[in-house]
Design a protein around this ligand. Structure first.
Ligand code: GYE
Length: 307
């Protein structure tokens, strides 16, 4: 036996809490705001942060987690790129007695004791809210309403859940039809490319764009303008996150609505890490308060945006 318990005891006895944090990447405005928030909160002297960027690849993230385990960090926190495929590495963390806090995105594992807690948004609810905005905005309009969907990273919790929540609501009204769905990997560049392909395939027969995040919507807006159409009126657009760029696009009349997804989780994450490390009971699921904003509110709300 390697004497792991002694090492653990010494770490808990005094000094800073060493936290290994594995971030998804830097794919969106949301993500850069999230990274900033986490780094700021864990810059406090009571923490010693080891930060790693997975560049949107699960294999990089698994490597980072294994390296945190080898370094015997006190707590691991990570935002999982995709939902599945975590059982093995999380069992390794558990065997090493290192508690894991899931940040932002959830995982699908057979055994819930493989992580201590999950802090993040309710992505299904966000998808529902995007659809509810669309239903409200389509009052009195005749069908069919042809929707194209720019999905997030394939297999990620926000892509799976936002699609699910959105469909749940529009399925109740047969005017709405999703005519094309494809992943734009949560980036502006891919959002633009995929929207170009949608426009090529569907011509002028697109009424609505639902983008799983603002960045893809902003990329798509460019594609729509280049195709000689007016984003926000020829094609109505709803997306998710509520980043500054979305508020600017709404102010310019090019984006119709954004559903808020708050990335500023750092302070709440720091509290959870402190509690988990101290062995205190924590809720298994912690959610974040969020709203929906429209063009009419954009100008007034812009100065209040923290991201
Ligand atoms: O919506 C998107 C980012 O996981 C909630 O990831 C997050 C999503 C966010 O790339 O912009």
């Amino acid at each position: 036996c390697s004497g792991g318990d002694d090492a653990q005891g010494a770490a808990a006895g005094g000094g800073a809490i060493t936290v290994g944090f594995s971030q998804v990447g830097a794919e969106s405005e949301w993500r850069t705001a999230n990274t900033r928030s986490v780094k700021e909160a864990l810059a406090a002297p009571e923490f010693n942060l080891k930060f790693s960027d997975a560049q949107q690849k699960q294999e990089n993230q698994i490597k980072a987690l294994r390296s945190f385990i080898a370094q015997r960090v006190d707590v691991i926190a990570f935002s999982p790129v995709v939902e599945t495929g975590w059982d093995t590495v999380l069992r390794e963390a558990k065997a090493a007695n290192i508690p894991v806090v899931l940040t932002d995105r959830a995982v699908n594992v057979s055994d819930d004791s493989l992580y201590a807690t999950f802090i993040g948004s309710d992505f299904v609810e966000e998808g529902r809210r995007a659809a509810q905005w669309l239903v409200g905005d389509s009052e009195g309009k005749a069908g069919p309403v042809r929707i194209v969907e720019l999905q997030g990273t394939v297999g990620s919790a926000p892509a799976n859940d936002r699609m699910k929540g959105f469909k749940e609501v529009i399925d109740g009204d047969d005017r709405f039809r999703i005519v094309r769905s494809q992943s734009g990997d949560f980036t502006r560049a891919r959002g633009k490319e995929v929207m170009e392909a949608f426009l090529k395939a569907e011509g002028r027969n697109i009424d609505v764009l639902f983008a799983h995040n603002d960045d893809m919507a902003i990329g798509a807006i460019q594609a729509i303008e280049e195709a000689g159409l007016k984003p926000g009126s020829d094609i109505r657009i709803v997306s998710i996150d509520g980043v500054r760029g979305a508020f600017e696009a709404m102010k310019a009349g090019k984006l119709n609505a954004t559903v808020e997804c708050n990335p500023l989780l750092g302070p709440q994450l720091a509290d959870l890490i402190r509690d988990v490390h101290a062995g205190n009971e924590v809720p298994k699921r912690v959610t974040v308060d969020e709203g929906v904003f429209t063009q009419e509110q954009a100008e007034a709300e812009l100065p209040n945006r923290g991201y």
